[in-house]
Ligand binder design. Sequence first.
Ligand code: GDP
Length: 393
Amino acid sequence: MKLAMIGFGQAGGKIVDRFLDYDDRTNSGIVRAAIAVNSAKADLIGLDRIPEENRVLIGQARVKGHGVGADNELGAEIAEEDIDEVQNAIDAIPTHEVDAFLVVSGMGGGTGSGGAPVLAKHLKRIYTIPVYGLGVLPGTDEGGIYTLNAARSFQTFVREVDNLLVFDNDSWRQTGESVEGGYEQINEEIVRRFGILFGAGEVGDGQEVAESVVDSSEIINTLSGGGVSTVGYASEEVELNTSGGLLSRFTGGDGGGGDGLDAANTTNRITSLVRKAALGRLTLPCEIEGTERALLVLSGPSKYLNRKGIERGRKWLEEETGSMEVRGGDFPRGEPEVSAAILLSGVTNVPRIKRLQQVAIEAQDNMDDIQEESDENLEELVEDDEDELEPLF
Ligand code: GDP
């Protein structure tokens, strides 16, 4: 699937930058165009891969290239005011070759948190292709304002996109890591998971064609209907060349297409990977029961993929989610691992979001109280008790 990616704010830009890197490394061909939008000049300069002409600085009249702090209302305002500048950059990309837009942002900050939903709304008005969001939730240790920003951005972003894919920094943060080092790993996780999903069906030069292909329309159908999505992933190392190896001597080379692999083993490996992916750490932790639609992508060397395994995995997912719309297919890749990536679309039982909203409301109430108190305190400090002094003017 070919995407036009637009990274809004610092996190958004960095993640799109990583997607370009992933695309180069894996020859996946998913990023047809990449744009970064920011109100902070330094963040745009810090990007590696996104072409300079595709880096758009907005809000110069208001914030002079210094960013909006964590003020996401200001982020939304300047996005609206300067939407034409973003559109100019989009006009320069071949949108007719693109299957969908992906607007990427960290929802806890200011520029991306406020701006990404504004851009999504704008894109949906102009284009007929789907507009997806990839929204990153802040860590719970980032504090009240980030939580409040994320809760408000989440609510707005979901409404404006065709589907919001969510990644929760909180469930991926590593203790004892520097923030930057931590983000590097997290961003790698993000591009791997979403890269495999969107890369399925995008056959590059010299790559094998899948037996049961996942094409763009299946990804689009899984994401259609809106709502919130999460992605599960699990992988296992395998040997690229087993012919003549130990494995083939044990199994006698039957049933695996004559390449020395046991079909039952292959099937079992796939079904156990599907379970691990669905029940392990998701990009947004949630209960998978009640998921509306799902897509299962099995990737790896083609001799390790079989239809029976995918079919079993799909059936199991149907039972676990209760969904009647579980699609599946394979994505042959010449890497020494077999992996299962599962897109769970339309998830609704997400305790993490409910907690986020609760903390956000508390933060909002606290901030109102503090503001009120500080107004009173200031008045008490500045005014004399008996009102004997008069201001100059
Ligand atoms: P903005 O530039 O005002 O949009 O704000 P940022 O993008 O700098 O930060 C918004 C939120 O994104 C932060 O609260 C973090 O939770 C998260 N964040 C910042 N940088 C990264 C990153 O490189 N990767 C990930 N996954 N999250 C990030």
